[in-house]
Design a protein around this ligand. Structure first.
Ligand SMILES: NC(=O)c1ccc[n+]([C@@H]2O[C@H](COP(=O)([O-])OP(=O)(O)OC[C@H]3O[C@@H](n4cnc5c(N)ncnc54)[C@H](O)[C@@H]3O)[C@@H](O)[C@H]2O)c1
Length: 273
């Protein structure tokens, strides 16, 4: 088949859904994967309504045999895999390390880190034979900064970031690039609902972000598509923060900004204060 094929894990909702729709719109045949059948099938029908090409595969990325079957199915249906986006995930458990049960730790590590590894390994084998590939791992700024109450989530994302760099070194010679995107808070339906309810969690996150807002799932999808292009062939092993600058914010920044903005003659002049 001439059409390029992209596998997007966890694409039944949120960021993964936006990536799947973006790729289908750009002419890719898209493998939609999720553990929730209804969610995956609904994204598939959205794609088909717009005359896009799609295939839904029910698979748990933390189960190596289900991952192997998913790649087999993609290969059998379309004969190639050009892009893999490791996006499937669950949120952090909101538990201090001292309170964290073993199974919380293991579940998150298993879905995020094992899942990314299993999918990356299968994709790499197909892509090495084909001599082309783009792998994009959805990490998080939590994997760079650490985050109170999500120790297992941050550790899994940090593992994904390191795996990205190693894979980039191992696969680069085969014209396969491996990059990660580290979003800050994203305006997914779940987070938008929290915002609507006036959640202090979202308010604080937006206040601590220089651009003052969450990133949209579509903005992430746009970046994933760009990294997947032929033109991005020498971008490899990068961890791109897409967070409105949140990860460079220090606790004093907000205070200093408010203080200095109030005093600034220039800002006073253009605001007409
Ligand atoms: N939402 C944010 O603010 C944010 C910020 C940074 C990073 N991320 C990351 O982005 C990715 C997507 O998050 P989202 O906010 O869109 O979440 P979401 O819950 O809307 O979507 C995640 C999807 O993954 C699926 N999934 C869960 N476990 C799976 C498994 N084992 N196998 C296959 N599919 C599975 C879920 O059913 C769901 O449809 C995650 O990796 C998340 O950690 C999200």
């Amino acid at each position: 088949m001439d059409t390029k094929v992209a596998i997007i894990t966890g694409s039944g909702s949120g960021i993964g859904r936006a990536i799947a729709l973006k790729f289908a719109g750009a002419g890719y045949a898209v493998v939609i994967n999720d553990v929730v059948r209804a969610a995956g099938e609904s994204v598939l029908s959205e794609i088909q309504k717009e005359k896009g090409k799609g295939l839904f595969v029910l698979a748990d990325v933390s189960d190596v045999s289900q991952v192997r079957s998913m790649f087999e199915e993609a290969k059998k249906s379309w004969g190639r895999v050009d892009v893999l986006v490791n996006n499937a995930g669950v949120p952090g458990a909101f538990s201090l390390i001292v309170d964290m049960p073993d199974d919380t730790w293991q579940k998150t590590i298993s879905i995020h880190l094992n899942g990314t590894f299993y999918c990356l390994r299968e994709a790499a084998k197909l892509m090495m034979v084909a001599g082309f590939g783009r792998i994009i791992n959805i990490a998080s700024i939590a994997g760079i900064l650490g985050t109170v109450g999500s120790g297992e989530y941050g550790a899994a994302k940090a593992g994904i970031i390191n795996l990205t760099r190693t894979a980039a070194k191992e696969l680069g010679p085969y014209h396969i690039t491996v990059n990660a995107i580290a979003p800050g808070m994203v305006a997914t339906p779940t987070n938008l609902k929290l915002k609507e309810k006036g959640s202090p969690f979202i308010e604080i996150a937006e206040k601590g972000t220089p651009t003052g807002r969450m990133t949209s799932p579509e903005e992430i999808a746009e970046l994933v598509l760009l990294i997947s292009s032929e033109a991005a062939g020498n971008m490899n092993g990068q961890v791109i923060r897409l967070d409105g600058g949140a990860a460079i914010e220090m606790s004093m920044d907000q205070f200093m900004r408010d203080f200095l903005v109030k005093k600034s003659p220039f800002i006073k002049s253009f605001r007409g204060d």
